[in-house]
Design a protein around this ligand. Sequence first.
Ligand code: FES
Ligand code: FES
Length: 162
Amino acid sequence: MTVQLNGITRYGECEPRELLSDFIRHELGATGTHVGCEHGVCGACTVHVDGVASRACLMLAVQADGRCIDTVEGLATANALGDLQQAFRRHHALQCGFCTAGILMSCADYLQRVPDPTEAQVREMLSGHICRCTGYTPIVQAVLEVAALRGAQHDALEVSHA
Ligand code: FES
Ligand code: FES
């Protein structure tokens, strides 16, 4: 199997019945992706497949052959956390952190498609994830803050290019 993992070409072997979540963690060593329920309910294993948020426990690894896989490790640069990660830290949007990688990957995809969501939309998007610690409110606040900050940056760029 060959995949682009966070933009880097990676090779690995897998059994035909192996889940993508297990391949990412055990064969490629990207253990930021967590595995909870293994049947599509909790959202902990969410990664991007060709840019779209997907449950890695509901895909076979072989289905990802030749495709682009992005995981939570790809949200940060070598020197800094990504803006979503920073907002989660500011708002205390994680406690044990088990759900966090999956939630971050869903949020990253969602904000690409819906850059200015309402609180209700963010809550609906998060309904695909189970977090047992935070009560969700700080997560919602972090996502809305990132949307607002990105919107302000976008507006400032437009003014500077006008
Ligand atoms: S581990 Fe994939 S949805 Fe729970
Ligand atoms: S922070 Fe613990 S499950 Fe979400």
